[in-house]
Design a protein. Structure first.
Length: 366
């Protein structure tokens, strides 16, 4: 079992109650409700630590200079399209806003399962064999079934929370599954199903969090098992041999770095019966509820949920400070290396403070 991170609880790098933090949540994707749950949990945790928290339920077009006025850092709790594919990150970069998590390119790569798997393969990181199907041509379906089947996983190229993910073991099942994905107007990723044990490794800064095994009653970790079932178990005392765990953590860290991720990620893996880890995907903005996997791993390492959120903020602030210092040095300006606050401007049109249940006021549409 991975050793807990030493003395991580107080070492956040942020003084309690000193920052104005915008928590961006919601978004347009099918993971919107999960994002709202994450954002509210983050906002309430940071508010309890004394920070000036400004939650905002946002969609494309809402992130303006007016919206982010006066904030020191934007905490991204947006899942799925726009929030995790580099869209909001590009908008924030254009505004010069300090924000948590990976930048636009790493976000795009991680969200695109085909692009990320191709990057893993280029870097020698094991990942299940796959095909991308864009046509109902019977020969393509048969080729996929014959080369990497018969047990297959079919999923959208870009989505999360196990939405529209299917396990199939027949040509007819494969055809039905890919047609459902095609019905969304995107290609289908068909991946070899590995009959192994499922693990996840959180990465905080450049350090791995304790390795967590996911055990389900069904043997499949889908949407129901993630968010509904009480039978799903999350196990830190998983009994992995030390060498297998070392390889698992190494594969997770390699995947995180191969995509260029920063601050935080969650790497999902399967360990084969032979004890070899294979990387399934990297999540750049994992769930932030108190029941989500990264907060569980952080707690195992001695870091409370609130302090985890604060540490992520600190990582973003430190990075922004280094960038500002480098730019001022290049310009020969020197002096203050703190990330400058945004200019004070009126609220964006159509956005008003909204009280979230049990939490702080949130900016949203009437």
């Amino acid at each position: 079992m991975t050793a807990p991170l030493p003395q991580i609880e107080p070492a956040t790098g942020v003084e309690p109650g000193t920052l104005t933090i915008g928590v961006l949540m919601g978004g347009p994707s099918r993971e919107r409700q999960i994002s709202l749950d994450s954002g509210r949990a983050v906002a309430e945790a940071l508010q309890r630590l004394g920070h000036d928290v400004r939650p905002a339920d946002v969609r494309p077009g809402d992130v303006t200079a007016q919206l982010v006025r006066d904030i020191d850092v934007a905490f991204l709790a947006l899942h799925g399209t726009w929030g995790e594919d580099g869209g909001v990150q590009r908008e924030l970069d254009a505004l010069g806003v300090c924000y948590t998590g990976s930048g636009p390119e790493a976000s795009r790569l991680a969200m695109d399962k085909v692009a990320s798997k191709e990057r893993f393969s280029d870097k020698g990181i094991p990942t299940p064999a796959f095909r991308v199907l864009t046509s109902g041509d019977e020969e393509m379906l048969r080729e996929a079934m014959g080369r990497i089947g018969p047990d297959l996983v079919v999923k959208p190229v870009a989505d999360g929370s196990s939405i529209d993910v299917y396990m199939v073991n027949s040509l007819r099942g494969l055809r039905d599954a890919v047609e459902k994905v095609w019905g969304r107007g995107e290609p289908a990723l068909v991946e070899r199903h590995i009959a192994g044990r499922e693990f996840t490794v959180g990465v905080l800064g450049e350090s791995p969090l304790p390795t967590l095994e996911i055990r389900t009653g069904s043997g499949w970790y889908g949407y129901e098992e993630k968010y509904v079932s009480d039978a799903t178990k999350y196990v830190f005392d998983h009994g992995l041999p030390a060498d297998v765990e070392d390889r698992t953590v190494a594969a997770a860290m390699a995947a995180h770095r191969a995509l260029g991720c920063r601050d935080l990620s969650r790497v999902d893996l399967i360990i084969t019966p032979e004890g070899e880890p294979e990387v399934l995907e990297v999540n750049t903005i994992p769930g932030f509820t108190t029941h989500s996997l990264v907060p569980k791993a952080a707690a195992q390492a001695g870091l409370s949920f609130g302090r985890l959120c604060e540490r992520i903020v600190a990582l973003a602030r430190e990075r922004a400070g280094r960038l500002y210092a480098r730019k001022t040095a290049e310009q020969g300006a020197g002096g203050d290396t703190r990330h400058p606050r945004q200019m004070k401007q009126p609220l964006a049109a159509g956005l008003v403070p909204v009280r979230t249940p049990g939490g702080p006021a949130c900016l949203g549409r009437q």
